[in-house]
Design a protein around this ligand. Structure first.
Ligand SMILES: Nc1ncnc2c1ncn2[C@@H]1O[C@H](COP(=O)(O)OP(=O)(O)OP(=O)(O)O)[C@@H](O)[C@H]1O
Ligand SMILES: [Mg+2]
Length: 211
């Protein structure tokens, strides 16, 4: 379980204090909504380790994550844009998610999972937005981190591509028992796949729906 227990944070020079509490079980998809500037990305960056909490607890399977740098946390993040090296092929982009020697079969398997078999050698900037986001998801998958953070990765996609990505995320959460935190502005994304929904209000997480 991923656990945030009164995890606090403030940006330097700001009096505003964030305080987040949340438990996420493997296989769950937690939707995070909230107004622009409410602190959704701040929450994900605290979990990923790009921001360092002031206090409180952040644990994975009971282990304290706060001393660990981002690359040693059991976490991978998919952002809205700029996920790929645009002059590299799908294969090379996915391979960058692997440490050490790249195993082509692992790369091929990840591209298969996201439905891109046959496009392995295509250069990223010649692919559609939806295909590029699927390459980015494949790269996140090869890292094999049990916690997957999604910061509005669907907002640039058309409805068909978005629906395909949502279905894929739902399948991954279930079949591979990943913990998914998904930031979105779109209520229909939440209703489609989230197991629980929250909003960031007054710098805290507030439950909006339990299913
Ligand atoms: N490096 C920073 N230093 C100071 N304040 C920051 C910094 N980064 C973000 N903030 C502020 O913290 C607040 C929360 O930002 P955050 O990016 O978490 O919002 P968000 O909910 O993700 O918004 P959006 O929906 O627009 O992406 C905002 O008021 C923002 O201006
Ligand atoms: Mg944001």
């Amino acid at each position: 379980m991923l656990k945030l227990d009164h995890l606090t944070f403030h940006y330097k020079g700001s009096p505003d204090k964030y305080e987040f509490s949340l438990n996420v079980q493997p296989g769950e998809i937690i939707a995070i909504m909230g107004e622009s500037g409410s602190g959704k990305s701040t929450l994900l960056e605290l979990i990923a380790g790009f921001l360092i909490a002031d206090g409180g607890e952040l644990t994975w399977q009971g282990k304290d994550l706060t001393p660990l740098p981002p690359e040693l946390r059991p976490v991978t993040t998919l952002f809205q844009n700029h996920n790929l090296f645009e002059h590299l092929s799908a294969n090379r982009n996915v391979g960058l998610g692997l440490k050490g020697k790249v195993d082509p079969s692992i790369v091929g398997e990840a591209l298969k999972k996201v439905g891109l078999t046959g496009l392995e050698n295509q250069i990223a900037n010649t692919m559609s937005g939806g295909q590029q986001q699927r390459v980015a998801l494949a790269r996140a998958l090869v890292r094999d981190a049990p916690v997957l953070l999604l910061d509005e990765p669907f907002s640039g996609l058309d409805d068909t591509n978005k629906a395909a990505m949502l279905a894929l995320i739902e399948k991954l959460a279930k079949e591979e028992q990943r913990c998914v935190l998904m930031v979105t502005h779109d209520q229909s994304d939440c209703d489609a796949i989230a197991t629980r929904q929250y909003r960031v209000i007054d710098r805290q997480l507030v439950t909006t729906q339990q299913t």
